[in-house]
Design a protein around this ligand. Structure first.
Ligand SMILES: [Zn+2]
Length: 56
């Protein structure tokens, strides 16, 4: 958990989910859905609020 391989796999899965949805609704950091409120403010963000906070 939390190792580089795991993160890479999660990013791939998140990217696939994003393609399925035809948009940017899922976090590339954790693969969870990004809240609609956050997407309304930051439509192009690839990260949910939790991951964005962690990365900044
Ligand atoms: Zn996240």
């Amino acid at each position: 958990m939390g190792n580089a391989a795991n993160i890479g796999m999660r990013m791939i899965l998140a990217a696939l989910k994003r393609m399925d949805e035809g948009g940017c609704g899922y976090c590339v950091g954790c693969g969870d859905a990004i809240g609609k409120g956050r997407l309304a403010i930051l439509p192009a963000t690839p990260l949910c609020a939790a991951c964005a906070g962690r990365h900044s």
